[in-house]
Ligand binder design. Sequence first.
Ligand SMILES: CC(C)(COP(=O)(O)OP(=O)(O)OC[C@H]1O[C@@H](n2cnc3c(N)ncnc32)[C@H](O)[C@@H]1OP(=O)(O)O)[C@@H](O)C(=O)NCCC(=O)NCCS
Length: 327
Amino acid sequence: MGVKIIGTGSYVPEKVMTNADLMKLVDTSDEWIITRTGINERRIASEEQATSDLAYPAAVRALEAANINAEELDGIIMATVTPDQPLPSTACLLQKRLKNTKAFCFDLQAACTGMLYAVEVAHSMIQSNKKYNKILVVAAEKLSYITDWSDRNTCVLFGDGAGALVLERTESEDDSILATSLHADGSFADILKVEAGGSRIPMTAELIGSGRNCIKMDGREVFKLAISAMEDSCREVMNENGVTSSDIDWLVPHQANLRIMNMVAQRLKIDSERVYVNVNRYGNTSAATIGICLDEMIRGGMIQRGQIVLMTAFGGGLTWGSILLRY
Ligand SMILES: CC(C)(COP(=O)(O)OP(=O)(O)OC[C@H]1O[C@@H](n2cnc3c(N)ncnc32)[C@H](O)[C@@H]1OP(=O)(O)O)[C@@H](O)C(=O)NCCC(=O)NCCS
């Protein structure tokens, strides 16, 4: 038996924040942001919208595309670093909105690599236990809530959004997930972090204004590590499957920085026409980027059944990984 993606969905908030808008907040320029990152604009959730409010429309669209009802889901896995609240999981809150009563539900935190981790977990659960036929994987982030809007090093990079997909057991041997490689190295925990707001440094009124409850990143260091890590993990899944660069129909990289994506593609000898990019429109939406890309590409008819798609991501933890998919 195999596992297939039977539906995808995505959602981004309506509010557009342009580089010009950011120039009113911090000392930056449209030219700097575009040349260093490739980002023109990003979407920002409203104050009333929590992460599950972004996840819900993405999930509904994925269920509609899969042509199934929410009550058919056996599991819901939510990848996020911005849960609605510490308890219960955002997956449980989404389950309630979807009116599903039988699915297991949990959140998974692997920062920007969250979607790939969640797909691997869902895939392994379906493969290893006949009870699980259909699992909804959602990656949703309200990063604007943990962004320091006075820090030009980070605030120009991030945006809000959600991507979702439904994985289903199939009777055919043909498995869509050809190979996966997931990695982490906690010794680099300090170079990309939100240090306050947990049990070590609990939230206080003073902390909220200090920026310590927001994303801090050593951008230069992350940049260097991201390129080699994504290249290596892409090679791992390609070698495991005997696939060469010319066999890859699409490279779908985590959308953090256009220069990183271009360098990974160059090293893998994948030409730019086969690299999907939407960082210009949404910035870095952490775990959600790959889900949003897949949905846009599948709905737009770019990814066809049978094509080989290489997904790769890198983020806080550090975490990184790749999945080779035959759609
Ligand atoms: C953040 C990032 C865009 C910065 O680009 P960079 O080319 O590395 O830039 P640097 O950090 O070397 O900074 C260069 C200069 O621009 C300045 N700068 C930083 N942000 C700026 C901004 N928004 N506008 C204008 N200048 C800015 C810096 O202060 C620095 O000035 P200095 O040389 O006087 O100190 C880039 O490092 C990056 O994308 N990192 C990885 C992000 C990532 O992949 N995350 C994935 C996990 S989420």
